[in-house]
Design a protein around this ligand. Structure first.
Ligand code: FMN
Length: 369
């Protein structure tokens, strides 16, 4: 069952429209029994944001937007699952088609636009599984036509803190017009101040829920200076680097699909995502940990992400192309590296290549940061 999305099942999913295939994958996870995986090797364990992760590989936001299958995904072997993006009110997102697979590039373009069942429905689902354990992060966003977007984030934190292992503030999706402008200093400072107030208001019931900021890989380095400065000053618990890119590197082979508007993810994103992660790592100076996302589709790319500065990694597009067997492959590769290097745990690798990555030429095909 672990190979649910592999072989035959994956060929079937490939034959479908990408969004129908995604819906079917969720259904399969809901209804196909998923036997628990063997315990992870203890050398894969990481303690981050005060939480104990059995392994550092998470499912990135956007796969289980409405918290329909977090437990099936945890049983499949993820160290953590990030559900969402959730918006306060239900909203349909953009019109279809809005999800495109660039097979020749091992990449995806999406412009879903925060299609969400809304906070009430998702909160009910999460409350029902609250005792199940496992690390489930909740990624929150603003409704498209919200009058006060900052208030949407604050509201969601207050409501979800009690059922969240951590909350991610997503201000980096390219598909809600103006959302990424919230990464600008003045707006971001106000946002984080109000978000942290909301967390404090929820704390008597919920405890102190870690707050993570998820950024776009398209920020300029000057903007990244500001974002990291504010995140440090406001004492967030971590950052996720990062979301999809609006860039279209010239080397993409699927030239027609590459013209579709939206965020690009998958293999072509890896060099930019690793560079921005390393740039963030050197600016954060160890004050808080980072989660690395973007372009992981092998053991080597996961280890590279950790070396570039990630304490934890997340995958999405790689799963679409490789299936759940990617998880086992990454775990085996990480353990093989530990054996080879005589290292005790993965902490030894975190950021070990960050300085070297920032010294490389800027990744080919992406506008200079
Ligand atoms: C179809 C799709 C939907 C996504 N939806 C969200 C989302 O709702 N919220 C979010 O923060 N990121 C979302 N993402 C971005 C992923 O979480 C991740 O940051 C990005 O895809 C890079 O990782 P990858 O190259 O492994 O896919 C989405 C990505 C894809 C492909």
């Amino acid at each position: 069952m672990i190979d649910l999305l592999d072989g035959l099942a994956r060929r079937l999913l490939y034959a479908l429209d990408p969004e129908d295939a995604h819906r079917l994958a969720i259904r399969m996870l809901q209804f196909a029994p998923m036997p628990p995986q063997p315990r992870d090797d203890r050398r894969l364990a990481m303690r981050v944001f005060g939480l104990n992760f059995a392994n550092p590989i998470g499912l990135a936001a956007g796969f289980d937007k409405n918290a329909e299958v977090p437990d099936a995904l945890l049983r499949a072997g993820f160290g953590f699952v990030e559900v969402g993006t959730i918006t306060p009110l239900p909203q349909p997102g953009n019109s279809r088609p809005r999800l495109f697979r660039l097979d020749a590039d091992v990449a995806i373009i999406n412009r879903l636009g925060f299609n969400s069942d809304g906070a009430d429905t998702v909160l009910r689902r999460l409350a029902a599984r609250a005792r199940a354990g496992g690390i489930v992060g909740i990624n929150v966003g603003a409704n498209k036509d919200a009058a006060d977007r900052v208030a949407d984030y604050a509201h969601l934190i207050e409501r979800f803190a009690a059922v969240a292992s951590y909350v991610t503030i997503n201000i980096s999706s390219p598909n809600t017009p103006g959302l990424r402008d919230m990464q600008q200093s003045r707006v971001l400072d106000d946002l984080l101040a109000r978000v942290i107030d909301a967390r404090e208001r929820a704390a008597p019931q919920a405890g102190s829920t870690p707050i993570l900021l998820k950024i776009a890989p398209d920020l300029s380095l000057a903007d990244l200076d500001d974002v990291v400065g504010i995140a440090r000053a406001r004492r967030v618990e971590g950052m996720i680097v990062g979301n999809t890119t609006v860039a279209r590197p010239a080397q993409l082979r699927e030239t027609e699909k590459a013209k579709e508007a939206g965020g690009l993810s998958g293999r072509p994103l890896l060099p930019l995502a690793d560079r921005m992660l390393a740039e963030t790592y050197v600016r954060v100076e160890g004050v808080f940990p980072l989660v690395g996302a973007g372009g992981i589709d092998s053991g080597a790319s996961a280890l590279g992400k950790i070396r570039a500065g990630a304490s934890l990694v997340q995958v999405y597009s790689g799963l679409v192309f490789r299936g759940l067997s990617l998880l086992g492959e990454i775990k085996r590769a990480l353990l093989a590296a530990l054996d080879r290097d005589g290292a005790q745990n993965l902490g030894d690798y975190v950021g070990s290549d960050a300085a070297a990555v920032t010294a490389e030429p800027w990744p080919t095909g992406f506008p200079r940061g």
